[in-house]
Design a protein around this ligand. Sequence first.
Ligand SMILES: [Zn+2]
Length: 66
Amino acid sequence: MENFACVRTQAVLAENAYKYGFILRYPMGKQEITGTSYEPWHYRYVGEEAAREIYERGICLEEYFE
Ligand SMILES: [Zn+2]
């Protein structure tokens, strides 16, 4: 069950991190934009306002700064 717990934790993080100002730095499906493949463990603090917009728009940090 270790693997299940890990996946579950990642899902909880991915859905809630923005509330605390964190975003997934290299999200799935954004590899061509970020230049880095999906990293489910890699979070970055951007502040609550930016994190909420990035989460709600489903964009990555590069797209946010465009
Ligand atoms: Zn990383």
